[in-house]
Design a protein around this ligand. Structure first.
Ligand SMILES: [Cu+2]
Length: 66
């Protein structure tokens, strides 16, 4: 399964890595691609993970996801 979300608030590669790290830590996530320029995160995951789970992790890391 793949979920693509918009991420607001990333301004540098550190932010990009912070989002990648936070989302990668979710149980059931197998791949994460973050685009700083495109303000998106593309997440490959299994059925245990919902878009809400991903959103929550990104928000806990300090960014806005939608
Ligand atoms: Cu940054």
């Amino acid at each position: 399964m793949q979920t693509i979300l918009n991420v607001e608030g990333m301004s540098c590669s550190h932010c990009e890595n912070a989002v990648k790290k936070a989302v990668s830590a979710i149980d059931g996530v197998t791949a994460v691609e973050v685009s700083l320029a495109g303000k998106t995160v593309s997440v490959t995951h299994d059925g245990r993970v919902s878009a809400e789970d991903i959103k929550r992790e990104i928000e806990e890391a300090g960014y806005d996801a939608g």
